[in-house]
Design a protein. Sequence first.
Length: 337
Amino acid sequence: MIIVMRRGATHEQVEEITDRLKQEGFSVHLSEGVEKTIVGAIGDRSRLESLALEAYPAVDKVVPILRPYKLAGREFHPEDTVIEIGPHKIGGDQVHVMAGPCAVESREQILQTARAVKAAGATILRGGAFKPRTSPYSFQGLEEKGLQLLAEARDETGLLIVTEVVDPRNVELVSNYADILQIGARNMQNFFLLREVAKTGRPVMLKRGPSATYEEWIMAAEYVMAGGNYNVMFCERGIRTFETYTRNTLDLCAVPVLKQLSHLPVVVDPSHGTGRWNLVQTMSVAAVAAGADALIVEVHPDPSKALSDGPQSLTLENFDGLMQDLRQVVKLSGRHI
Ligand code: PEP
Ligand code: MN
C-alpha cells in the first residue's frame, strides 16, 4: 500500500505514521519528493485496512499498489531515480556511455581500449572477466586477473568499471573491483545471485533475460531492492524472437515502457541487441532518442581478433564516430554526454 501524505506534512507527522506501521510489522519505505512525501508499506494488506490511517489529518490518501512490484514501480516512487557513482549520476541530464571489450583479454588490449574510449567521451569502461559463454569450449575470461586489469585501467583513466558477476560465490570478489555489478541476461532470474548482489549495496545493472517479459524483469529488480539495494538500473539487450538475421531483437519499446512502469534508469546495449557492428551506431542513436539514460557498447582494438563477440564490436575509430553522432541527438533531447 502507498500512504500519500498531505502537502506540507511535517517530519513528525510522517514519523508518526511510519512508527505506527513498523509497530504493526510492516516494512516501510519512504519517498520524500519535492512536492509530497509518500510512504510505502509492505505487509499484510488486510491489517493495513484496519489501521484506519486516513483518520490521521496529515494523511491525504491510502492507495493499494496493484502491480506485483512495489519498490521498483513508479506508483510508490513517482520521481526518477538518479544513481550516484563516484563523480557521475546515472538517470539525470547526462547520458552515459559505457564502452569496452566483451572480454578483458590482455593488459595491452584493455588499456588501449580504455584510453581510446575515454578520449572519445565514454565515462564507464566495460569488460568481462567472468564470461558466461554458450559453449564450455569458448574463452571463459581471465577471472581475477581480468578484474585487476580493469582496476589498473580505472586508475589510469578515471573511468568507472562495469563488469559481470556470474556466480554468487564471486560476488564479494567482483564487488571489490567493480563500480557497477552487471547481472547478465542468462542470470536475470538467478534469485540467489540477485540476493547476493543486493547485500553489497553496489549499483547493479540488470540485463533483460532473452525471453523475459517486462514484468518478470521488473520483479528481478524488485528482488535486489527488497534486499535493501535501491541502486538498480535496467539494461535492454535484445530478446529472442523468430528473426535470425540479427543476433537478438533489440526491443527499444522497453525504454518508454520501463520509464512508465518504473523510476529506475534504463540502459540500452545495441551490441548484443543486434550482434552486428554496422547496426550499432543507428540503434544507439535511436535508443538515446527513445530516452535511454545510458548505452553499453562493445569496442575492441581489433574486432577480427577478439576472443568473444568480435562481429558486434566497434573499432576504436568507429566508436569515436558514434560518440560524435550521439552528441548531436543528445543535445536535441535537452541532455548532454
Ligand atoms: C556481455 O555483456 O558481454 C554479455 C554476456 O551480455 P548478455 O548477458 O546481455 O548476453
Ligand atoms: Mn559480449
